[in-house]
Design a protein around this ligand. Structure first.
Ligand SMILES: [Zn+2]
Length: 70
């Protein structure tokens, strides 16, 4: 049995349950085949058509580190 794990575009988390993975987009590869963009079922509607990965990542990292005093 082969299970391919996907990363959620919205929360950057691993989608461990295949039934919880939703295909939201397809990205062309720079070289070679493109790849499917996945998201958790409950996060799929939160991903905008024009995501800003860098801004999103920065926001997520800021939230995870949770620096006090900000
Ligand atoms: Zn998610």
């Amino acid at each position: 049995m082969t299970t391919t794990l996907h990363m959620c575009r919205y929360c950057d988390g691993l989608i461990t349950d295949p039934g919880d993975a939703v295909r939201i987009a397809y990205e062309d590869g720079m070289s070679g085949p493109g790849r499917i963009v996945w998201a958790h079922r409950e996060h799929a509607h939160l991903v905008t058509p024009d995501p800003r990965p860098l801004a999103l990542l920065a926001r997520i990292r800021a939230r995870r580190t949770g620096h006090p005093g900000s």
